[in-house]
Design a protein around this ligand. Structure first.
Ligand code: ATP
Ligand code: MG
Length: 493
């Protein structure tokens, strides 16, 4: 699965999306969580300071849990009359009645009394002055055992109680607290909502990324389907370039070109096999029919001799063909067994001319050579075979009394071998196919001369192995010129 491009893309998108959702959700939740508790802390601190201010407005004895001292009677007026009696002093309970949390300390939407802020005020010697809304099971002793500071100090108790403690006037101790139950539930609900929304986004994102990944790899899948449909029997399928993204268009074009080359190669191979079997079948049929005919009744020695001669000719033709096929197979294989050596090209050519002189004079064709000395890196055996074929062609496809001009010259650091004849020539429409295997212009004439149509294909293969070129020019009825160019090693002149 992890070898699949589509699943890799899918996995990458989903991981990225999940990371983004988790990170942004966590940051957002943290902000909500922080602001919620910061608001609670701010209100608790404000309430503690409010109680401190209220307590400071009381007479010090009240702050210490005592009754306020009785008022002394005011002194007599100068005229000896008694002033009106002072207003009676308020009792401790009346003072403590004023000690309550500020109006806005109740949080908006607060319904549960358990969630209401509570407070306790103690004297310096831990005597309770007042307490309100203290939750059930609250341990005063435990709270008092803690350290108190002049500034409001925040602490977190068990049972989700958040408290602010501070030292008030006359060493009194002020505690304001609140249960965080409601906030915790709210935050939990928010977390659940976040998770649900995040999951919904993740599912949606994974769906979209699935569609994107599918869309992205679809052309590749289509390419492999098309490639799969290609078989040796039907190589006509091609990739549709109109529906391929620009990034893949180059690859699709390369593949289409490859398919075309494969198609051409398969068809050449088929053609080659068909031609080879056809060429082999003809001499075999000849041998079989003449042998059957000879054996059908008793023959004279001359007739048997004729039969053997015909069979021998057919066998020679087959030998030529098999040798040609073998040479082509060698040329098609790797360069490893094609041994190139420093050779004298003009020697190889003059050797061939010497060997074919008899054949030329037999056919009344004159061989005229003008060979410039030149050394090349080459395989003399295969070069001889190539030159033999070209000169043989020039002799065979010539007219009686015709000429063959064989020249070697040097042009642009290349050894140029020209074999020019004054023979029958080749019609122009045949020239593009001349170097194909088994291609013959005049099949009847070629067969008569024992030709298999492999000679020029072998020539081309040999020249390519030598990094050279071979071209042909011909005027039908006037003659043909084959021109070979090979890289020169050293010019001896
Ligand atoms: P082989 O395999 O024995 O050489 P071949 O001579 O028929 O057989 P190629 O040498 O490949 O085959 O030549 C292919 C064809 O090209 C010949 O059949 C002939 O029709 C034509 N051809 C080649 N050389 C000449 C030439 N110099 N003048 C005219 N036609 C030529
Ligand atoms: Mg030939």
């Amino acid at each position: 699965m992890f070898k699949s491009l589509r699943w890799k893309l899918q996995f990458f998108y989903s991981t990225l999306l999940a990371t983004v959702i988790i990170c942004s959700g966590s940051v957002f939740y943290y902000q909500v969580w922080r602001s919620t508790f910061a608001e609670v802390d701010r209100r608790l601190e404000a309430s503690a300071l409010y109680l401190d201010v209220t307590l400071r407005s009381f007479p010090p004895p009240i702050q210490q849990g005592l009754e306020a001292p009785p008022m002394l009677p005011p002194p007599l007026r100068p005229d000896g009359t008694a002033p009106p009696p002072p207003r009676p002093r308020r009792s401790k309970e009346q003072f403590l009645e004023e000690l309550r949390l500020p109006q806005d300390s109740n949080f908006p939407g607060e319904v549960n009394p358990d969630d209401q802020p509570y407070f306790l005020v103690m004297t310096s010697n831990d005597m309770l002055l007042k307490k309100e809304f203290v939750p059930l099971g609250y341990s005063e002793a435990q709270s008092l055992a803690e350290q108190f500071y002049p500034q409001p100090t925040l602490t977190m108790l068990e049972n989700k109680l958040r408290e602010v403690r501070m030292i008030g006037p006359s060493g009194s101790k002020i505690i304001v607290g609140k249960s965080l139950r409601r906030e915790t539930i709210q935050l939990r609900n928010i977390a659940i909502q976040f998770t649900a929304i995040g999951l919904a986004f993740l599912v949606l994102g994974v769906g979209i990324s699935f569609a994107i990944a599918y869309r992205m790899v679809r052309p590749i899948t289509q390419m492999s389907v098309t490639a799969e449909l290609l078989s040796e029997k039907d190589m006509s399928k091609r990739l549709d370039l109109n529906h391929v993204d620009s990034e893949l268009a180059g690859l699709a074009e390369v593949l289409n070109r490859l398919f075309s080359r494969l198609e051409a190669s398969f068809s050449r191979q088929r053609q080659f096999t068909a031609d080879a079997s056809h060429e082999l079948r003809t001499p075999l049929t000849v041998i079989r029919s003449v042998s059957e005919l000879a054996l059908s009744q008793v023959r004279s020695p001359t007739e048997y001799q004729e039969t053997i001669e015909v069979s021998l000719k057919a066998a020679e033709r087959m030998t030529n063909l098999v040798n040609g096929l073998l040479a082509l197979a060698r040329l098609d294989s790797s360069n490893a067994d094609f041994n190139l050596q420093l050779i004298s090209f003009n020697d190889v050519v003059s050797e061939s001319i010497g060997l074919l002189g008899a054949m030329a004079s037999e056919r009344k064709v004159g061989l005229i050579a003008d060979l410039h000395s030149v050394q090349i890196f080459g395989n003399s055996e295969s070069l001889s075979r190539m030159i033999d074929n070209l000169i043989t062609n020039a002799i065979i496809y010539n007219k009686p009394g015709g000429k063959v001009f064989i020249t070697i010259r040097i042009h642009d650091d290349k050894a140029v071998l020209e074999i020019k004849d004054t023979g029958v020539g080749i019609p122009e429409e045949h020239l593009p196919f001349l170097f194909e295997r088994f291609y013959r212009v005049d099949k009847a004439r070629s067969r008569l001369s024992g030709g298999s149509g492999l000679g020029l294909a072998i020539c081309k293969g040999v020249i390519e192995k030598h990094n050279g070129t071979i071209t042909v020019q011909s005027i039908f009825g006037e003659g043909t010129t084959f021109r070979i160019q090979l890289p020169v090693f050293k010019n001896l002149d």
